[in-house]
Design a protein around this ligand. Structure first.
Ligand code: NAP
Length: 255
């Protein structure tokens, strides 16, 4: 499905993007800014966030903001403080893209180290849970709020050797569905995106031998990210949508 987004579809919106320094999150942040949003760039490596900040400024879009935060160590209080800061600085929050994630180690489930499992669940699940809890009261005040989670093909169909990562993405889809149902009578729509194989550092780590040139780039899949953050998706909630649906499937929902 093609998503056509008006040039100013995200005008006046304040949008938080996690993992905004690299890969898909970097492109989403730039495209949200290109569509008129004020973007808050959250991530671990400050130099990467600064590079995205500079790119957005150089392109003449609205000045973004940076929140350096390592999701591995962040506590509930960090997220509450972050929401306070956003409230003081911007007065509103209209969207959150939960994009940051780690792959962990691909191996038979029997051999997964406990520390690897804990790290993947911390960054991919618990951090999103705590951040989401902290933003709910604030984002409910938005006239048209959005929370977007990031899943994976292995987040709805388990596959050998994808252990902790696949388990974390199943949990992510569960969190999305629970929250979408709870917020169904509010102005906040909650969905997930499965990017599909996309040319990024994470993909290269998972498939070191493949020809990356055959893959879609973050830019190719970003129209769905803009659509789900904008006014056209105001009636869409509780869905996981494939950014690269298989040509044979009659619809693009992750099933
Ligand atoms: P990526 O290039 O590795 O980027 C991941 C981003 O997450 C980076 O900006 C990274 O920041 C950030 N991050 C990682 N650990 C963090 C932490 N502890 N605290 C804060 N930020 C952290 O990955 P990607 O391919 O763009 O993936 C983006 C999302 O799409 C992930 O949720 C991934 O699971 C999902 N996904 C990707 C594919 C694919 O083919 N690429 C397919 C399915 C799903 P630093 O660079 O500073 O570490």
């Amino acid at each position: 499905m093609k998503y056509h987004n008006a040039a100013d579809s995200l005008k006046d919106r304040v949008i938080l993007v996690t993992g905004a320094g690299d890969g898909i999150g970097r492109e989403a942040a730039i495209q949200y800014a290109a569509h008129g949003a004020t973007v808050i760039l959250l991530g671990k490596t400050v130099s990467k966030l600064e590079a995205v900040y500079d790119e957005i400024e150089d392109l003449g879009y609205i000045q973004p903001a940076i929140i350096p935060l390592d999701l591995m160590g962040a506590t509930k209080q960090h997220y509450l403080d972050m929401v306070d800061t956003i409230e003081q600085q911007f007065g509103r929050l209209d969207g959150v893209l939960h994009n940051a994630g780690i792959l962990g180690v691909l191996s038979p489930l029997e051999q997964i180290e406990e520390s690897t499992f804990d790290d993947v669940m911390q960054v991919n699940v618990k951090a999103q849970f705590l951040l989401t809890q902290a933003v709910i009261p604030f984002i409910k005040k938005s006239p048209d709020g959005r929370i977007i989670f990031t899943s994976s093909t292995v987040g709805h169909s388990g596959r050998a050797f994808w252990g902790s990562y696949a388990i974390s993405k199943f949990a992510t889809e569960g969190m999305m569905q629970v929250l979408a149902d709870e917020l169904s009578n509010t102005n906040v729509q909650v969905n997930a995106i499965n990017p599909g194989g996309t040319r990024t550092g994470m993909r290269a780590k998972a498939f070191p031998a493949e020809d990356a040139k055959q893959l879609k780039t973050p830019k190719d899949i970003i129209p769905l990210y803009v659509y789900l953050m904008g006014p056209e998706s105001r009636h869409v909630t509780g869905k996981c949508i494939d950014a690269q649906p298989k040509p044979s499937s009659s619809h693009s929902h992750c099933e």
